[in-house]
Write a protein that binds this ligand. Structure first.
Ligand code: FAD
Length: 552
């Protein structure tokens, strides 16, 4: 199969060379969803843009969220009407532009005694929510009686539940959404470099004009210049502001959010449930996904090592208490937890407010040297955040050639589907073409919901590995990795297991049986030494341990 798009280590090397010989319109620091969105918005308007990320794309918060494209129902309670309207409306746009990655998810909101909302307030809240977000008829909220709620979710406590509300959100894979935005930006001409850390600012005439960058693979340093530097480093935003001596006024407040993953049979809910936590005034999600159910999240002030947040025993016990309280027949224990992750919310500090009360709105800070920093916000609102900041850059630098924002109608890489039916048809076609090659419909679905229209490329790789008499399950892993090496700039094993395939969270037991062969493939592709690849295997094992070690 002809694969014209390529985004590999070779592309990265070309990008490093190219980036040193020009002055970009914009240099974006940070390859999370915010930075990725800015790069795509800018390049699609005809601006030249370079993005640098110190680790892998989506290495920060953008691979550790609840993975929902949602309007934030609970923000209604805080009367954040404009925020709910904006992110609520964005849901349908993000879905339209990445139908295989952003899937409608039916949510059940059980109404319980002493819960945060009663029957009529839930009904009114969901109605306002649908109205603000302009939800289409088919997906509007439906109120349920007690018996219908228990029929919809038999695991709920019949003594506590008095009714329920059904409404729609969208489920995604945050890291995959980020990488597909990056790939689209690269396709349109953006220069994106992972494992490239911003070290220090370069000033020209007292203006922030670029940075000294360290290539975290070769350990060499180089310089990148731009008319405008944008700091989109999420939880690290204040560290960059500090380097610019502009950490004044508003600051970030980081809060930690933890999720746990359970085998589906342990928490076999029929749809996603958004439920009250009895011991405080919060709500958590339980979301079924690919044979697992994940539950979260927590919200606690965080001041430890930003680079490696992880779930503590207290975090996991809090989630389990809330879950067992809502589904009392289950009595889930910590030993049944299969994996976990923890992320940091880069929120804007407000005096006297608890973590859950802090606004999720984004804000732009402009320093005296001209550095623009963007913080706060949601995965869901990435496109509008990008539009706002690029508008600002265009205005500040009076860039007359810049086009209007186009991303509302820009499909992401691999998401060239005009309807959900087209996705189903592709699944049927590829399954029927490949049954003789021992590829099941489950694998085809998994790939299409991850890689979209690029799935045939992976199937071709699979067939090549299978023809060398390798076991089919191993070939699935090798084929997916080969695709990611050539098209998603995977430089390390952990990039693949954590952020491209999510196996670390949703299929952790499938990593070890195949890691040696997969590592051999990576070693040959990147010409790594024995020591280098052994170190990477150790790193994956370390992350496996981190996902399952809950310290007091
Ligand atoms: P990040 O993703 O953290 O990206 C910043 C990047 O900058 C990092 O990758 C980092 O490595 C890089 N960087 C840092 N310093 C440097 C440097 N010196 N040089 C180069 N690169 C650097 N939002 C939703 O819409 N839906 C949800 O369901 C949802 N759930 C959430 C659950 C939790 C627990 C949390 C914590 C957040 C959740 N959010 C959700 C919010 C959402 O995840 C974040 O708003 C979003 O991911 C932030 O993206 P970002 O790009 O700003 O930051």
């Amino acid at each position: 199969m002809d694969n014209q798009f390529s985004f590999s280590n070779n592309t990265r090397n070309d990008f490093i060379n190219e980036s040193q010989n020009k002055v970009f319109d914009i240099l974006v620091i940070g390859g999370g969803v915010t930075g990725a969105g800015i790069a795509l918005d800018a390049v699609s308007r005809g601006l030249s843009v370079c993005l640098i990320e110190k680790h892998d794309y989506a290495w920060g918060t953008s691979s550790r969220s609840t993975k929902l494209i949602h309007g934030g129902l609970r923000y209604l309670k805080q009367l954040e009407i404009a925020l709910v309207k904006e992110v609520g409306t964005e849901r349908a746009i993000v879905h339209k532009n990445a139908r295989n990655l952003v899937l409608p998810e039916k949510m059940l909101l059980p109404i319980v005694e002493n819960g945060s909302l009663g029957y009529y307030s839930t009904s009114a809240a969901l109605l306002v929510y649908d109205f603000l977000a302009g939800v289409k008829n088919k997906e509007r909220r439906k109120m349920l009686s007690k018996s219908s709620t228990l029929k919809a979710e038999p695991l709920l406590d019949s003594k506590k539940v008095s009714g329920g509300g059904l409404y729609y959100e969208y489920r995604t894979d945050d890291a995959r959404l980020t990488i597909e935005i990056i790939k689209k930006a690269v396709e349109l001409g953006a220069v994106c470099i992972n494992y490239a850390k911003f070290i220090s600012p370069i000033y020209e005439n007292h203006r922030f004009a670029g940075g000294e960058i360290k290539d975290n693979i070769s350990n060499e340093t180089f310089e990148i210049r731009a008319k405008q530097v944008v700091n989109a480093t999420g939880p690290w935003v204040d560290l960059i502001r500090k380097k610019d001596n502009s950490l004044k006024g508003k600051r970030l407040q980081l809060t930690k959010g933890v999720h746990i993953v359970l085998p589906y049979k342990i928490l076999s809910i029929k749809q996603a449930v958004y439920f009250d936590v009895e011991e405080d005034d919060r709500m958590v999600f339980a979301i079924p996904r690919h044979g697992k159910t994940y539950v979260g999240t927590t919200d606690t002030v965080y001041s430890e090592n930003i680079d490696e947040p992880h779930a503590s025993k207290d975090d996991v016990e809090y989630i389990l208490r809330a879950t067992n309280n809502m589904f009392p027949k289950l009595n889930i224990t910590i030993s049944q937890v299969e994996s976990s992750w923890a992320g940091l919310r880069p929120l804007i500090y407000e005096d006297g407010k608890s973590p859950s009360e802090l606004s999720r709105k984004d804000e732009i800070f402009e320093s005296e040297s001209g550095l623009l920093s963007i913080a706060g916000g949601k995965l869901t609102g990435y496109r509008k955040m990008a539009e706002r900041i690029v508008n600002k850059v265009v205005e500040l630098h009076n860039i007359k050639t810049a086009l209007k924002c186009k991303t509302e109608n820009l499909q992401l890489h691999g998401s060239d589907f005009s309807s959900n039916k087209e996705i189903r048809n592709l699944i049927i076609k590829l399954t029927s073409e490949n049954t003789k090659h021992k590829i099941t419909v489950e694998v085809i679905k998994e790939w299409i919901y991850r890689y979209g229209t690029d799935t045939p490329i992976i199937i071709d790789f699979y067939k090549q590995f299978l023809s060398k008499n390798k076991e089919p399950e191993l070939c699935f892993h090798l084929a997916e990795m080969q695709y990611c090496l050539e098209n998603e700039c995977v430089l390390k094993l952990e990039d693949f297991y954590i952020r491209r395939s999510s196996k670390m969270y949703f299929d952790i037991k499938k990593i070890n049986p195949y890691i040696k062969e997969v590592a051999e493939l990576v070693k040959a592709f990147h010409k790594y030494s024995d020591e280098e690849i052994a170190e990477q295997i150790e790193r994956v094992k370390y992350y496996e341990k981190l996902a399952l070690t809950f310290k007091s």
